[in-house]
Design a protein around this ligand. Structure first.
Ligand code: ATP
Ligand code: HSE
Length: 324
């Protein structure tokens, strides 16, 4: 369960004195998630989520918290970080950096249909555009530099074919990043982890409403196309095989394109970017599986899922991005 650092009701009462959020009503640990400690925190003023950051540092966190603040202020549905009496939006609790954000309504959809995909795509495009003037720059900390630094530690755990796939894909990404085409792609703050479990929906299955995006703690400045590729590699696939489900993929991409049209450069980069997005999660899952951090007691995600997706994105032609 994702409570690495316990918080008592007394801790929460003391914490709430630093905010104007009323009195504690209820505090409940959240079992989902593998990165942070999360609690549902109900007060006399509203419903919130308390997060204690287990890995991210005080230097890295303002990017995520202020990005959510920026997006919420522009009407993008994301948790809104709450401001302390001292005017900041980050504090510490039990030795960990901590923040309180609004609790969004709804739940995630494990088997999304085209309507869910369209809402997710449309909202991601709105988020990209809304973040264009966000003033803080922080790279995607799980980007190419991290892949390069992490790959050598993984090779002892890979067989020959896996090692070859990792090396070949990484070489392709390094060549792409240095060739200059990457610099022409639209770029800015990106979520970088917009899997289906990070989007909440209200309404019914047939007629869903967007609740909002959560879990911005892998966000960073990156190409918007990478963000799209990460998303569709999760939203628009048959889970068992990783193959795209056409109706979902078309709904997702068309809805994004209707808000923020894809460029010619993005069309050309799409196959490489789908592989980049698969590689990113293959590497992080291999890392968590074989080299878990000491306090991590959770079942890690299956790395073979993203190995399958990467092989498919390497062997099969990529579906086209929508045209104007
Ligand atoms: N602002 C929010 N509003 C509503 N529910 C939330 C909110 N933040 C988190 N949750 C709930 O808590 C769960 C865990 O949160 P989150 O995904 O941010 O955790 P994490 O440890 O960072 O996870 P991950 O493993 O996805 O990186 C979510 O699946 C969701 O149910
Ligand atoms: N979305 C990531 C987990 C980190 O949020 C994965 O499925 O590997």
């Amino acid at each position: 369960m994702a409570v690495f650092t316990p918080v008592t009701e007394d801790d929460a009462r003391t914490l709430l004195r630093r905010y104007q959020l009323g009195e504690l009503v209820a505090l409940r640990g959240i079992t989902a998630g593998i990165e942070n400690t999360n609690y549902f925190l109900d007060t006399t003023r509203g419903a919130y989520v308390l997060t204690l950051f287990e890995v991210l540092t005080g230097e890295q966190l303002p990017f995520y918290i202020e990005l959510m603040h920026h997006l919420a202020g522009r009407g993008v549905p994301v948790p809104e970080p709450q401001t302390l009496l001292d005017g900041t939006r980050l504090t510490t609790l039990n030795g960990k950096p901590a923040a309180i954000v609004t609790r969004l309504s709804g739940g995630y959809e494990p088997e999304p249909g085209p309507a869910h995909c369209a809402l997710a795509g449309q909202t991601l495009a709105r988020a990209h555009l809304a973040a264009r003037d966000f003033p803080i720059h922080q790279p995607n900390l799980r980007g190419l530099d991290w892949w390069k630094a992490t790959a050598p530690a993984l090779t002892p755990f890979l067989d020959t074919s896996q090692g070859e796939l990792l090396r070949r894909t990484l070489d392709e990404q390094i060549a792409f990043a240095t060739a200059g085409a990457a610099a022409k792609l639209p770029f800015g703050p990106a979520h970088c982890d917009l899997f289906r479990d990070n989007v909440l929906f209200d309404g019914t299955f047939e007629s869903p409403h967007m609740g909002g995006f959560i879990d911005f703690y892998f966000a960073g400045c990156d190409t918007w196309l990478f963000d799209v590729a990460v998303s569709v590699n999760d939203w628009c696939i048959h889970r068992a095989t990783g193959a795209f489900v056409r109706r979902r993929l078309e709904a997702w991409l068309q809805a994004y394109h209707a808000v923020r049209p894809f460029t010619e450069e993005e069309r050309a980069a799409w196959p490489v970017m789908l592989r980049a997005a698969a590689l990113r999660f293959w590497i992080s899952r291999l890392y968590d599986f074989h080299l878990p951090r000491p306090a991590q007691t959770l079942k890690p995600h299956d790395p073979r899922h993203f190995e399958r997706i990467l092989r498919l994105r390497t062997e099969q032609p990529a579906p086209d991005l929508p045209r104007p």
